[in-house]
Design a protein around this ligand. Structure first.
Ligand SMILES: [Zn+2]
Ligand SMILES: [Zn+2]
Length: 329
């Protein structure tokens, strides 16, 4: 397991000690049960009080895997009681900013604490360009370091591997078997360059004792239903269309008619309503549903959780839970 850095008076001594302790931080072989932790249950892009943007953790002991990395993800990892140095991999479902905003903080924390162990970043096409851009943006800070004479600079790219996923890929590592399915979060014109390149993915995590399917952002999709077939837990996105329409009306003076039209089209065909979730969960035969990425609800804790759960329960008969941040499943 990891060694905590003691409180030393000199920054240089801390750096040296952390460097030594991180050098010893080879992960122990983990055999415990993986838990799913919701780190951020808001649907972006607008920040919400009390909910971080989309992020989740698959964690057991000294191994952690981040699933989407919205703003606030790294703070939530610590709030969840997980040592940030336990992070082994990051899985980005798609490249909308609300699912990515916390990635710079993940990379920056590694650099600033010199905890540059192996970290794999999995994501759709475009992921390599994004990570390279973030690493380039870190280089001035990497060169300045703590400003201690003689300090050895760290390469921000040290330990980082980027894997761009394809539809149907299966990745096995650390006791996880992850199956990737392209979903219907985008609907670019058929045959266009954008349609060929951009992907939004759903992930199925087959663990030793159960299976968890994470929809990411998607519209209704037979491929996601097939991916989720018989899963123990379906972690799904959700939009409250009425709530979002009310918000858009409130802010209409800041949006053109064209912008409202694009937003409405996106919401109705690229996301899941409670009725969509109900049908999907029933058809896939999942055992339980956890709702995250809640977009359009009221601020603070006044989400219509009971109504959402009742609507999802119309067709799907299993347990439904409307998640908050930092819940464990
Ligand atoms: Zn989203
Ligand atoms: Zn999205």
């Amino acid at each position: 397991m990891f060694t905590r850095c003691p409180k030393l008076s000199s920054v240089a001594a801390v750096i040296v000690f952390c460097l030594m302790s991180n050098a010893r931080a080879a992960p122990a072989k983990e055999t415990g049960r993986y838990e799913w932790v919701t780190l951020g249950t808001a649907g972006g892009p607008v920040a919400q009080p009390g909910r971080n943007e989309p992020a989740n953790l698959v964690v057991r002991g000294g191994e952690a895997h981040l699933v989407d990395a919205g703003d606030g993800a790294m703070t939530a990892v610590v709030e969840a009681g997980t040592d940030y140095r336990a992070l082994r991999s990051v899985w980005i479902s798609h490249i909308h900013f609300d699912h990515l905003g916390g990635l710079y903080a993940v990379l920056g924390l590694r650099l600033q604490t010199r905890a540059v162990g192996p970290l794999s970043i999995y994501g759709p096409p475009g992921m390599r360009e994004i990570v390279n851009g973030l690493l380039a943006a870190m280089r001035p800070s990497a060169r300045s370091g703590f400003g201690v004479p003689g300090e050895v600079a760290i390469d921000p790219a040290a330990g980082i591997t980027v894997v761009e996923l394809k539809d149907g890929d299966i990745i096995e590592r650390d006791g996880l078997k992850v199956t990737i399915a392209a979903n219907s979060h985008y609907s670019f014109a058929e045959g266009s360059a954008e349609e060929k390149y951009f992907r939004s993915y759903s992930f199925r995590f087959d663990l030793a004792d159960r299976s968890i399917v994470y929809t990411g952002d998607t519209g209704p999709s037979d491929k996601v239903i097939n991916l989720a077939r018989g899963a123990d837990l379906l972690v799904t996105e959700m939009v409250d269309l009425d709530g979002i329409k009310a918000t858009m009306t409130r802010y209409a003076k800041h949006m053109s008619a064209k912008e409202i039209d694009v937003a409405t089209q996106h919401l109705t065909s690229h996301h899941l309503t409670t009725a969509d979730i109900s049908a999907m969960a029933a058809r896939a035969g999942v055992k339980a549903v956890v709702v995250t990425h809640i977009a359009g609800g009221n601020s603070k804790d006044a989400y219509a959780s009971d109504r959402y759960a009742a609507e999802i329960g119309k067709t799907f008969r299993g347990p439904v839970h409307i998640a908050k941040d930092l819940e464990r499943f």
